[in-house]
Design a protein around this ligand. Structure first.
Ligand code: ADP
Ligand code: MG
Length: 318
């Protein structure tokens, strides 16, 4: 009898392990989003988590009419929701911490670049310089939920942080509803919780030089993983690669000697902000920035093909 019970228990555990996750996919913020629930939750909950993306986009997009950010961009002042105000306050702190490398005030400049155009072209130099003269997130004033652009020509673009903030919101919802193991994949930003089948998640870090091949595997039970690289979005013109992560000093794609930056930390928002800022800053600047955030670690792929780990990561190179 005891043996039979033990066998049944073993079978139940095995079934539990091999049970298929509940999954749901959507599209928002110009990227495919996927939610996988391994322990707890339901299809309806996975969909509810995805619907947070539409809500976030309806607040934060600078490409759509009527969002909080578009209203602020158009009118120069706006009363924001507490969530948006909190996000902007975080971005102002990161602007200072990164010496301006993460600049959400770069919207006028990013609008001049079209990285998904069928026939891409470079922005006019004079237009770029003009837009750059209005950039700089320190021109944003926040007084509680009241936001003002001191320079009304400054335009905000939250593209560098929106997915990370969304990952945190989705993760909070899932935890609140008792999901103990899940994985969110929001383009370059992942959020993992609770390990998988009692083991840490294995996260492949893509090699930006060759699609489909890996730099190695990260082992992680809990937290966010954000990757910024020039391979994600961009075009090649006359043999030169132009990508979507811009250097706020020049208005042109950042070119600080890094091919990709992967940041691991407990918060999706911080991971997303840091990966973009580190990519702009380059190896030395990234090390100095990361030193301010002991909860974060990073994997840098340098232009010469070498890897550098900042902080501590459970990473196995390929
Ligand atoms: P992805 O959106 O591919 O995950 P990032 O998180 O690195 O990539 O953010 C890049 C986006 O952020 C760009 O598409 C642009 O909208 C905006 N952006 C580009 N450069 C900067 C910068 N230096 N600071 C803040 N935002 C930026
Ligand atoms: Mg980012």
């Amino acid at each position: 009898m005891k043996r039979l019970l033990a066998l049944l228990l073993a079978l139940c555990l095995l079934c539990g392990c091999s049970a298929k996750p509940v999954t749901a996919q959507g599209f928002a913020m110009d990227t495919i989003l996927s939610v996988s629930l391994y322990q707890g939750g339901s299809q309806a909950l996975a969909q509810e988590a995805l619907s947070l993306a539409d809500e976030a986009e309806a607040r934060l997009s600078c490409h759509r009419e009527g969002t909080e950010i578009s209203r602020l961009n158009q009118e120069g002042c706006a009363t924001l929701s507490p969530e948006t105000a909190e996000l902007l306050a975080f971005c102002l702190d990161m602007y200072a911490a990164s010496s301006g490398a993460l600049d959400i005030g770069l919207g006028g400049v990013s609008a001049l670049w079209d990285f998904s155009a069928e026939q891409p072209s470079l922005p006019e130099e004079s237009a770029l310089l003009e837009a750059l003269s209005h950039a700089g997130a320190d021109g944003l004033r926040l007084d509680g939920n009241e936001a003002t652009l001191l320079d009304p020509c400054m335009q905000l673009d939250l593209g560098a942080v929106a997915k990370g903030a969304l990952a945190d919101d989705m993760a909070a919802l899932l935890r609140e509803r008792g999901v103990t193991s899940f994985l969110l994949n929001l383009g370059g930003c992942l959020y993992l919780s609770g390990g998988k089948d009692g083991e840490p998640f294995r996260v492949g870090v893509e090699d930006p030089r060759q699609s489909g091949s890996m730099l190695g595997v990260l082992y992680l039970t809990e937290g966010a993983v954000s990757t910024s690289s020039g391979a994600q979005r961009g075009f090649t013109l006359d043999g030169v690669r132009y990508h979507h992560i811009l250097d706020p000093k020049t208005g042109y794609p950042a070119d600080a000697g890094l091919l990709s930056v992967t940041v691991v930390c407990p918060s999706g928002l911080l991971a997303d902000a840091l990966s973009t800022a580190c990519f702009v800053l380059g190896e030395e600047g990234a090390a100095a920035l990361l030193a301010q955030f002991p909860q974060a670690s990073a994997l840098l792929l340098l232009e010469d093909g070498s890897l550098r780990v900042l902080g501590s990561l459970d990473f196995e190179p390929a």
